[in-house]
Structures are given as C-alpha cells and as structure tokens.
Design a protein around this ligand. Structure first.
Ligand SMILES: Nc1nc2c(ncn2[C@@H]2O[C@H](COP(=O)(O)O[C@H]3[C@@H](O)[C@H](n4cnc5c(=O)[nH]c(N)nc54)O[C@@H]3COP(=O)(O)O)[C@@H](O)[C@H]2O)c(=O)[nH]1
Length: 771
C-alpha cells in the first residue's frame, strides 16, 4: 500500500496514510463489535463520534454491500428526504443503477479475493446534484478466523484537483492547437467549451473586431443559436451596443447582470429574449500591445453577476483567445508577404505562377485563351537616379494603383520586382477577342495610357512610359514560365524599337530568344575553356609623358567567330549575371599580370579594371578585391577600379560606403564615362575617388565642337576644384592632345598613344623611357 501511496502528492499521501490507519483501527473495532452491532453500545457511540469528524467518506459495508457504519460526510452528501443515516442501505438505494452496479462489482471482487482496491478515481453525483470526483480506497475486513466479513471504504473529495487538472489539460490542448495552426474557429469553440465545462449554466461567445475597428464579426459560440449570432454579425460597436459591442467600444469589461433592465441592452434585448438569457458578462480580448481585438462573453439564463472564480476563468480565456488571434494575424501577414510585394501590395512572382496555372486550367475547360503582358517602365531609372529611391518608390506605388484601376476583378497585375510588372488577362490579344465587351488590346492600351499619364512627386511633374511585351496561351506558350519568357522577349523588342511600345511575341522573336540562350551558354563555356583574355591600353601623364597606368580590357577569342569585342558580350553578361564570375576572372588576371610586369623589372604602373554594377553590389565585393590582391601579391596602390556614374547613382549611400572600404584597402578609384550619367555635383564631393575620366563621346569631336570643348573645360575645372585628376579617353589626334593639354587635362588614353594590346606588346612600350 505504501507503494501506491507514494504515487500521490505529499499532502494526499499523508492524509491517506492517516485515514488508512484510522480505517485499520475501525476495521479492528468493527470486527470486534460486529456480532454486537445490532445492539450498539457506548463504545460504538464514541467510535462513530470520532469518525464523524473526518471530512472524508468513511464507511463499513457488509458482504452484501449494505452500509453498517457511515460517517457524517458520506451521509450528508447522500442525504435523501427523511433519511438521517445510510445504515442498512446499499449503493442501489442512493445512486443510479449503473453507478451502484459499478461500485458493487468492485466490492464483490474485494470480498471474493480479499484484496484491497486502492486510489480509485470515481465520479458521483451527490444528493444536491453536484458532480464529485472521489479518490477511493476499499479494504477487506476479516473476522478472527480470517474470513472476509465486509469492507471498509475511505473516499476523499478531489473535485477541485480534478477541475484544475482538466483546466490545465484544456489549456495545454488549446495552446497545442494554436501552435499547430488549427483554424481559429476551432480554437475558439474548444476554448468556449472548456470554460463552459467549468462555469455552470452559461453559454460562451467570442466576437472579433473587424479590421476597420468599427464592426463586430462572429468568432464562435458553439452553444448559442446560430440565428442569434447572425443578427449580431456586422453590428457597429458603440457606447450602448449590448455587452460585447460596448466592451469593444470602451475597451473594458462590461458586466450586465440584467439584460431586461440594463440600458446598454435597450436596443438589443429583443434579440436575446427568445433564448432566455438574462445576464451577459463580456471582457475585451487584447493584443500583446493592448489593442482590442474582440470579446469573450458568457451568457447566463439567471440574472446576476459572475463569481470571482468565473472572472478568473474569463481572464484566462481572453488571454488564450488573444494569443490565438495574434498568431493567426502573424501567420496571415507572413502568408501575405510571401505572395505580395511589400511596396505596392500587388501579388508577386510566386502568386503569378499560381494565377497563370489556374487561368490556363479555366481556359482549357472553356476552350478559351489567356494573355500575359510583361511591362517594364521606360524611364524609371532616371527618376531613381535623379530624385532618389524615395521618389522612385512613390512612382511605383502610383503607377501600380493606376494599372489596377484599368483591369477587371478577374485580371491580375503582378509586380515581378524593380520596375517590372505583369498583366494577366483572360482572352487573347491577336484575334482582337473581346472579354466583357472590350478587346484585350483595348484593356492593355488602357494600362499603357494609365502609366503614361503625367505624375507629380515632390512638387515635380514628369511622365513615365512603358514597354510592353505580350504572349498568349495556348499560341505562344504552355505554362507560366514559357509565357513569361516570351512576353519578356517581346518586351525587349519593344525597348529595341524605341520604347513606349507594345509588341506581341512572334516566331522571329522566338528565334532571337533561342539565339540569346545559346550565346549565354557559349559565354559560360568561354569562361570555363579559357577563351577570354585581356588587352591593355596605356594611359599617359601629359606633364611628364610617362606611361603610368594601363586599362585592362577584356576580349573573347571565339572558336568560330574570331575576336569578339566586349561591347557584344558584356551587356549579355550583365543581363544574365555572368558578369560576376567574368569580372572576378578579369580582376584576378589583371592583378597577376601587373605583378608579373613588376617582377620582370619594369617600372611599377597602375592597372585599371572596369567594374559592373552587379559586381560592385555583391555583398562580398570588397573581400573579392582583397583576395585578388592577396593571391597575386600586387600592392593595392597599383590597382585602380573604374566605376561608372550610373553604377554609383543606383544607391549612392551604399556605393559611398563600399568606396570607403575599398579606399581603406588602398585601392584607387576613378569615375568612368564622366558626363554621361546623372551624378549630382553635390554628391560628387562625397565620393572618395582620385580621377574623373572624360567620356570618349565628348573627346571625339574636339577641338572643333564648341559644346564638347565647353564640357571638357567644365569637367576639368570641376575635377580640379575637387582636387581630382582628369583623364580623357578616346584621344586619337594630335589636335585633341594639344587642346586637352591647354585645357589643363592631366592624363590621356586613346589610339593616339596605342590601341589596346596584349601584355607582351605592352611590355615593349613600358620599356621605352618616356613618350
Ligand atoms: N565590366 C567590364 N567592362 C569592360 C571590360 N572590358 C571592356 N569593358 C567595356 O566594354 C566596352 C567596350 O570596350 P572596348 O571595345 O574594349 O573599348 C574600349 C577601348 O578599346 C575604346 N577606346 C580606347 N581608345 C579609343 C579611341 O581612341 N578611339 C575609340 N573609338 N575607342 C577607343 O574605349 C573603350 C574603353 O572604354 P572605357 O572602359 O569607358 O574606358 C567599354 O564600355 C568597356 O568599359 C571588363 O573587363 N569589364
């Protein structure tokens, strides 16, 4: 028995041990007294007086299950009218048949086997109708000869413990439901049922505050009539809108103890009257930050106020409901973010695939068609570069909203990223097919017109057009990927044709797209097979005539097409991202070559390397430069990186930070093609660069062209004012050299000095003292 007792809590074990020892004494006493029981003597009186003081049930039954002795606790809980004692009764007299049968079976087993049954949990209903949990032990009683003559029972009321256990289990179950993402309505129903199981005669309800913060939405009310709930759904909250509408409005609990008389229910009591509810106690459900998200209410058929215990349960319920709602909201917002673009709120690429797939499915069922239009804004970069990202974002939001207004509810506008959008429409363009009385072409034209309507941002008005490429299902592609690729190819064609145009995919475009893919593969192979190599073009100091630097220029020796100029493959490499590995290769090869020249005894020079935006924006770009230097053994001061204005202007802040990190490495920085971009003079002074390179386009018509001459003068004086050196590129003639020297230009590069040549040929030039 001690082993069994050890399974109980300390308190329970002590008490049970105490009761068991009292029972044992009672057993001894009863065995001694039994033959005389009919004529109770004085000793039984004091014995009964003693056991009557014990708050637990204590009784002795004969072999037939008849009570011989029963203490006051069990008698009180099973009192029937006109009955002061249980003596002579059996469980069949005081419990329903099925309950009594259960007790009887166990007791007969104890009597038959002589073995005790310990710590049994039993559920009974007492004479007041209350359900009670008992922890019961029953032990056989033997006479002097060892024969079982009956049994002693000890039972303790453990209803409170069971109640709190079931509450804890219920809470744990609810939290598990929430964690596993069970539907909110199911969580709410379970929560309400849990509270209803612990508060007698109430019906629970959870209402939610709509996202507009003004209206009530049904949450759950498993034991309220759905017709009643329907009447409340959508009601506007306010200072006198029943208990819940008022609790949401006030943001505090509203306890209405009599619906019939309370003014808060004046306009609503007729709704609840048919269901017989007289009291309604409602408490707000709040978010972690305290925002009201709904209410938890209990309806009672009796007028009155809730007990403190009941309000404690309501507090627990509002807390759990709050967690469930917040968890659902977080899940919804993650879900939304995964499928929508954060800036414009439009569906994103992942949603496009789904929508195209279901549009295709619907088209297959109806024998219809689907049109996909790829849109790229034409002058978006200009806005971003000149007015900054904030203005660019504003523009994207305005254009998105306008496009949305041009399409029907069944159509989709998707933002792919940057300034690229997709319009998805049921129906095909080429046949001029009409959807709801309007041709698809007219609808797409409306989108283009909406984009092209002038916009005013930060007090400045401007116009943005778009290039649109269109592909249709089933004519141009069988799935989202194919349709998108073809619409994209058509959009590129529209750009090539001068922008602000709409192009439909054609077989010719299909060939071009195929060719492009092939060229991309060829370029990838070229890098792997070593078909790329570098040429170097010298740069001369005009004051000393010394070749102080060279620009590294990439070349491709194509096995069939011969020498391919970078102008033919760098744009493709940039578009496809291949520029990153190609640029890495160029950087490492240029550093290695420069170090090789130094080791061969030539006077040290700087090697200048072109950098693309994609390379520069790579997170580990500075580390890549450091690695190239380390691997080659070249000192950082013999490397210069040429950055274009447009590259820097894509994100000035980020660019300046990266430039500073490169400067700390000791690398020189120059701005290439100066004058062709849109760098503001104000930001120029923030860039840690050493040189400006005047673009070839301003040099080629010098000295005759007055405009170019003026530009060259302006760039030179600006650079000098900022303590920068100036190099002119594309210098081909003696006249140009003379003009530039007279204008104060520091350095030159161009065919006048030398075309780009390979490393060995350049070595020969470097050996010539001064040009
Ligand atoms: N990201 C990288 N870009 C690179 C790399 N190598 C080259 N490039 C870029 O490709 C563009 C075309 O380059 P290329 O055909 O090599 O033309 C260069 C020179 O050959 C040319 N040049 C030089 N002097 C003259 C001249 O007197 N007349 C004349 N008509 N052309 C001349 O100019 C080009 C150099 O331009 P720049 O870089 O702006 O100094 C070109 O944009 C290259 O930048 C690479 O490795 N990575």
């Amino acid at each position: 028995m001690s082993m069994k007792l050890s399974r109980l809590g300390n308190d329970d074990a002590d008490q049970t041990a105490r009761l068991m020892s009292a029972s044992r004494r009672l057993i001894d006493e009863a065995a001694r007294l039994f033959p005389l029981a009919a004529a109770q003597n004085d000793r039984t009186i004091w014995l009964e007086a003693m056991i009557d003081e014990v708050p637990d049930y204590l009784y002795f039954k004969d072999r037939n299950g008849r009570f011989v002795v029963a203490n006051r606790a069990i008698v009180n809980d099973n009192r029937r009218e006109g009955l002061d004692s249980l003596e002579g009764l059996t469980d069949f007299d005081i419990h329903p048949e099925h309950v009594a049968r259960g007790f009887f079976t166990i007791e007969q087993e104890i009597i038959r086997t002589g073995k005790a049954a310990l710590d049994m949990e039993e559920l009974i209903r007492d004479s007041r109708g209350n359900l009670k949990w008992l922890l019961t032990s029953k032990l056989p009683v033997r006479d002097a000869a060892g024969a079982v003559i009956g049994l002693v029972g000890v039972a303790r009321d453990i209803t409170e413990r069971k109640r709190s256990e079931s509450l804890h289990l219920g809470q744990a179950h609810l939290l598990k439901m929430i964690a596993l993402g069970a539907p909110l309505a199911e969580v709410f129903s379970s929560l309400i049922l849990l509270i209803e199981a612990h508060v007698p005669d109430v019906a629970g309800s959870i209402l939610l505050l709509a996202p507009d913060g003004r209206h009530i939405l049904n949450g759950a009310a498993p034991n309220l009539d759905p017709a009643f709930c329907k009447q409340i759904d959508g009601a506007e909250i306010g200072p006198a809108v029943g208990s819940c509408g008022t609790a949401m409005w006030r943001g505090e609990p509203v306890i209405v103890s009599d619906i019939e008389t309370d003014p808060l229910w004046a306009g609503y009591k007729v709704l609840v009257a048919p269901y017989g509810f007289r009291a309604c106690w409602s408490s707000p459900i709040r978010s972690y930050q305290g925002k009201v998200m709904g209410t938890f209410a209990l309806y009672s058929r009796l007028p009155g106020e809730p007990s403190a215990e009941c309000m404690k349960l309501v507090g627990m319920a509002t807390h759990i409901a709050g967690i469930a709602i917040e968890r659902k909201q977080a899940e919804d917002s993650i879900q939304f973010m995964a499928h929508h673009d954060a800036l414009t709120g439009l569906p994103n690429r992942s949603m496009l695939d789904e929508r195209v797939a279901s549009a295709i499915e619907a088209a297959d069922d109806s024998g219809g068609t689907v049109t996909l239009a790829f849109i790229d804004l034409d002058n978006f970069k200009l806005v971003n570069d000149s007015l900054g990202h904030h203005a660019g974002d504003e523009l994207l939001k305005i254009v998105s909203a306008r496009m949305l207004r041009c399409v029907r509810s069944g159509d989709s506008i998707v933002r792919l990223g940057g300034d690229e959008f997709v319009v998805l429409i049921d129906g095909a363009l080429p046949e001029g097919e009409t959807v709801e009385g309007e041709t698809v072409e007219a609808r797409l034209q409306a989108v283009r017109d909406a984009v092209a309507t002038p916009v005013e941002i930060e007090g400045r008005a401007f116009q943005v057009t778009c290039s649109m490429g269109v592909a249709s299902y089933p004519e141009h592609g069988r799935n989202a990927t194919e349709l998108l690729a073809r619409a994209d190819a058509a959009m590129y064609r529209a750009k090539e044709l001068g922008r602000d145009a709409m192009e439909v995919f054609t077989a010719e475009l299909a060939n071009r797209a195929h060719e492009k893919l092939e060229r991309q593969e060829e370029l990838r192979r070229a890098l792997a097979l070593g078909e790329l190599f570098l040429q170097y073009q010298p740069q001369m100091d005009l004051a000393t005539g010394r070749i102080f630097a060279v620009e590294a220029l990439i070349r491709w020796r194509h096995p069939e097409r011969g020498l391919v100029s970078p102008g033919d493959f760098i744009p493709l490499a940039e578009e496809t991202g291949l520029i990153v590995p190609i640029g890495d290769w160029t950087l490492r090869a240029a550093c290695r070559q420069n170090r090789a020249w130094q080791l061969s005894g030539l006077p040290p020079i700087v090697v200048s390397v072109n950098v693309s935006a994609r390379q520069f924006q790579a997170k580990d770009w500075v580390e890549r430069v450091a690695t190239a230097l380390e691997e080659s053994g070249l000192e950082a001061r013999y490397l210069e990186l040429e950055l274009t204005e447009s590259l820097i202007m894509q994100d000035v802040q980020q660019a300046v930070e990266t430039m500073h990190r490169l400067e700390q490495l000791g690398v020189h920085l120059a701005i290439d093609d100066f004058g062709t971009g849109y760098s503001s003079l104000a930001s120029l002074k923030r860039f840690p660069v050493g040189r400006l390179k005047i673009d070839r386009s301003f040099v080629q018509d010098l000295p005759e062209d007055n405009d170019d001459a003026a530009i060259a003068h302006a760039v030179i004086s600006l650079a000098h004012a900022l303590q920068l050196r100036v190099i002119a590129e594309g210098v081909e003639t003696r006249e140009q050299v003379d003009f530039l020297r007279a204008a104060g230009c520091d350095e030159i590069q161009g065919y006048y000095l030398s075309r780009p040549i390979d490393a060995r040929a350049l070595q020969a030039i470097l050996c010539i003292p001064n040009l």
